[in-house]
Design a protein. Sequence first.
Length: 135
Amino acid sequence: GEILRRAEEIADPVERLHFLVTAPFLQDYGEAGRRTLRWAARERTRLRARYPKAVFDVHQPFRYVVQKAIEAVVEAGIGTSSDPVLDATLLQHEVMTLTHLTHGGGLDADPAIVAERVWELFWHGFSVTGRDGQP
């Protein structure tokens, strides 16, 4: 949806990847959205037991854009990934799970702080050099 569309408009590969990692946390879900997140998490768990591939496939558009952003960072020589598909999958699950916990309940922390910490943890493990070009 909106996150994927906006990500495509960001030319810098690091900024695009940063946006993809942090944007889900920074959305304004409101009370109705938080209830929906709680319901979606429960429903996803229930459906995954019966239809694991279908549940996995639902998130393919986000994973694909993350994968392409990872590949662009690698091609620019800024990051390293031996398996962008797996890295995109891991990142998608981490972002989705922590977004649901942050907004749906279970993690009492400022979503903006969580977003940046998730980014920092990922980026420090992924980057060849820091954003400023320093190791």
